[in-house]
Structure formats: C-alpha cells, structure tokens
Unconditional design. Structure first.
Length: 382
C-alpha cells in the first residue's frame, strides 16, 4: 500500500522527467549567418579566357567580354560600400570593361552573376559585382579579395569613376624618396661591387630554399635592387651588370622559372618578379653597347636560354602582365643585340606569336598590345 510520501516522490519523478523532456525539446540550433558571396571563390589564378571580336553596343562601347543583361537582386544582408549609379547594369558593365582594359587590368567575367574578377599588375585581386537597384539604376560593389589595401583604394576609385561614366585618371601613390642631401657622397657611400656581389650570392641561397614564399621574397628583393626608383642608381647599375654578366646563378634561375615554373598563382608571381628583374637590368644597360657586349660574351645563355624563354612566355600568354614584360625584354634585345637579332631571323614562328599576342592585347590588355606591336616593328628592322 502506497503512502502519501510515495505518491509525492512518484509525482516529483514524473514532473522531473517531463521537465527534462521539455528542456530537450526547447533546445534550438541557431542558423549561422554569413555573406553568401564570401563563399564564392572561382577556381582561377590571374588568367583570362580569350574572347571574341569586340561588338559595340548602342553607346559605342565594347561589351563582348562583360555583357550583363540584368544585375543581381539586392540581398537581405549588407553589401560592402556600394555606390548607386544612374545607369542600367548593361551600360555600367560596358564602362567598367572599357576602363579595366584601358588600364591593363587582367580580368575574367561572369555575365550571369554580373561579376568581374580583376587582377592588377601588382597582383591585387578584387571583384566587381553589379546589382539591380530598380528605376534603371545599378548598385556597384567592389570587394578586395587579396593584395595591397592601398592599391585597392586607388582601384576602387577608378572603378567607381568608370561606372559613373567618368574616366578621370586616378593619381598614383607617391613614391617616398630619400632627400638628396642625405644621399650625397659626403654622407652616403653606396655598397661596393664586391658588397653587391656578396649580397646577391646570399640571395641565391634563398632562391634555392624549399618554400616558394621565400623564393618569391628573394626575387622581389632583387627586383627592388635593380629598380632605379627604389634603389641608388650606382647600386642598381652594378647589380644589373653582376646578374647578367656573372655566373652567380640569378639569371639561370629566372629563365628556369620562365620555362618550367609552376602554373599556379605563386608561380605566376615568381615569374613576374623574375621578368621585372630582367626588364630592370636591360633598361639600365640599354644605353651604349653594354647589351651588345654582354650578349657576345654570354652568347649561349642569351640565345639558348633567355631568347626561347621569352618567346615561350609570349606564346603561352597565360598571364598578360608577364607576356607584356617578356615582350618588353625581347624588344630591347632585338634593338641592342646582333646575336639575338640573328637568332630571331631563324625563328619562323616568332612574328606569328607576336601578332597573336598583339591581337589578344588589343581585346584585353593595352600594355601587351602596345609592347607586342613595338616588338614586331623591331623585328621588321632586322
């Protein structure tokens, strides 16, 4: 026979069970809110698929590469510093397309998503996305994905100005230079030829490192040493001469990267730094007969390594920024080296390669087009 205490214990246990059951039912998983477009990461390095011939629209602007019929719907989540433009998405896309081609920004377009994926020569990567704001208005979002934030500030301003129909040239970032009185001979002694040689020998060790980030940093260091705008002129000239005139190993590493380097984004950046070094060196030695003397002295490297590496890079044309630098190097060599000119005369495919690069540049990259045309003119003179 049950007692009142037993009944109370039974009721308490029953209530406790109901309470635990209720607690289990109350538990709710809250959804994780995040921006949808942040998860969109297309599988691309800064390459651009070749497009067809330009077709002007009713405003006379080419829209073949980015022909947007309608923009995206404005999402419920906040966008990133958008700007409203009094024009349809089709017109805005035309304006932006023309602007980035004029400024030689490499881009790939997704007309269905009204998105352009852009990569600058400094390998800043950003997206331009268009949204339909109604009443023939467009909302423009420019979103940085990777690279320098200061460079992005200038790029964003250029894109917004272009979207509004203003093609005003944005100011480049001022270079910080050392005051002349601090670099006078009485206060500053540039490193000697031996010192620069020792520095480059240490850099070569980094170029043989296991990690590619270390290699990229070393290449950028050499690019800075050979740039007269960022280094002492005496230092840059000696560094250029050592790189091209000695067996120190920098030039061989660069040409190896051009021929057989990796094809991913880091590999493209490493080749770009290598080509920047070659461009700086040839520019420094262009005056007088320095290049002619070096090409005769280092005949094998110039004809069997450097020349075919540059031609192959222009032929592949996977990175327009790199193909532009390769064309620039080849143009200087054709003008200044009789050895290279003789090698070019024996290459039956060279003119076709340059004409194809000029055609691609005309559609997508103004700098590549202009430099390829200059190289063709230099080839015609030999």
């Amino acid at each position: 026979m049950s007692t009142p205490r037993d009944e109370d214990d039974k009721n308490n246990n029953l209530n406790a069970g109901r309470s635990r059951s209720s607690e289990r039912k109350i538990v709710e998983k809250h959804p994780e809110f995040k921006r949808a477009n942040m998860s969109f990461e297309p599988k691309l390095t800064p390459f651009l698929k070749e497009t067809g011939s330009p077709k002007p629209n009713h405003e006379g602007v080419s829209t073949t590469r980015w022909n947007v019929e309608s923009g995206n719907k404005i999402p419920s989540y906040p966008l990133e510093r958008t700007v409203k433009v009094d024009a349809t998405t089709k017109v805005v896309a035309s304006r932006v397309d023309a602007n980035i081609k004029k400024r030689s920004v490499q881009a790939e377009f997704d007309s269905d998503k009204a998105r352009a994926i852009c990569v600058t020569e400094g390998f800043l990567k950003y997206h331009v996305t268009l949204f339909d704001a109604g009443n023939n208005q467009t909302l423009v979002e420019v979103q940085r994905r990777k690279g320098c934030s200061m460079e992005f500030r200038r790029e964003r301003l250029a894109i917004i100005n272009a979207a509004k129909g203003s093609f005003t040239q944005t100011q480049s970032m001022p270079r910080l230079t050392i005051p002349p009185d601090l670099v006078s001979e009485s206060k500053y002694a540039p490193p000697s030829y031996e010192d620069i040689t020792a520095m480059l020998e240490n850099i070569v060790l980094s170029l043989h490192a296991k990690h590619r980030d270390s290699k990229l940093l070393a290449l950028r260091h050499v690019a800075g040493m050979t740039d007269i705008e960022t280094a002492n002129v005496h230092t840059s000239f000696n560094a250029a001469k050592i790189i091209l005139d000695s067996e120190i190993g920098v030039r061989e590493i660069i040409t190896d990267y051009l021929v057989s380097g990796p094809q991913d984004e880091t590999g493209i950046m490493m080749r770009h730094s290598g080509l920047t070094i070659l461009t700086n060196c040839l520019t420094l030695l262009e005056k007088g007969d320095k290049i002619e003397e070096l090409s005769k002295k280092e005949n094998i490297w110039f004809t069997e390594s450097l020349f075919p590496s540059l031609v192959e890079d222009i032929k592949r044309c996977k990175s327009y920024h790199n193909a532009f630098l390769s064309s620039k190097c080849l143009c200087m060599l054709l003008k200044k080296s009789s050895i290279v000119r003789a090698t070019a005369r024996e290459d039956d495919d060279l003119r076709d390669i340059l004409e194809k690069a000029a055609s691609i540049g005309q559609k997508n990259h103004n700098k590549l087009h202009d430099e390829a045309e200059s190289t063709i003119r230099a080839l015609e003179c030999i």
